[in-house]
Design a protein around this ligand. Sequence first.
Ligand code: G3P
Ligand code: CA
Length: 276
Amino acid sequence: MLYFLYVGVLLKYDTKKYRYFRFTPAEKYRRKGVNMKTLVWAHRGARTEAPENTLEAFSLAVEQGADGIELDVHMTADGEIVVAHDDTLERVSNGTGPIAAKTLAELKELDFSKGFPRYSPARIPTLAEVFDLIKPTGLTINVEIKSGITVYDGIEKKLVRLAEMCGMSDRILYSSFNHYSLMILREIDPKVRIGLLYNEALIDPHLYAQHVRADAIHPYYPTLMVPGSIEGCKKSGILIHPWTVNDRSAMRNLIDAGVDALITDVPKVALEMLGR
Ligand code: G3P
Ligand code: CA
């Protein structure tokens, strides 16, 4: 691999395809092997203090000083992209049934403040509304595509178009447990950044990441105990973004190991541990 550095833009050349990405300064230096501090990404927003995946939880993450937010996306019956974790409504709202069976207008009637009455009524945000909120901040958005239990045909094209329309393409890193969905996304836009979500104790995840030309791995954090996982990624320039790291001693170990970002429900705790 050859790397060419232009003003603020890293051009990565490989023998198969000519591609370029825009990186934040921290990511750029990490790729060059410079040890930078671990970033903190708020998982579904600051979800222990406000209803998860709502504008309220994302605003709180911004206020607390997180470097990024993680969120989950689904598609409504009328083809809108909305932000929510589950395929169904019961756990976090006063609605019932699958998100895919409701129109955006129907979903907007529901209250998503379950467990946080002082935030009532909290509305489900569209991804465009989250972009509007986050655009003026420097935060990265990790968009997790929840196309698996329910398969959302065409969601990848909609995501790429929406990000372009909102001027957010270079602020997003997409992830999914459905790696095929990530490949479709990159076919549509070769510049997208992608992170591979997984749960299992894989051997040499960097080899797979290189094979599919992913930018990052998003492992369930205990799986990083497999010898060589972290070292392999670091040598290969694959970023490491473990989830969901809420335990203090795990945070400490992962920060010391030099992972690139912690995806956590408790961004305040991680930021404090990093002395920020
Ligand atoms: O992106 C990390 C994490 O969010 C993946 O699991 O179930 O919380 O979406 P889940
Ligand atoms: Ca998620």
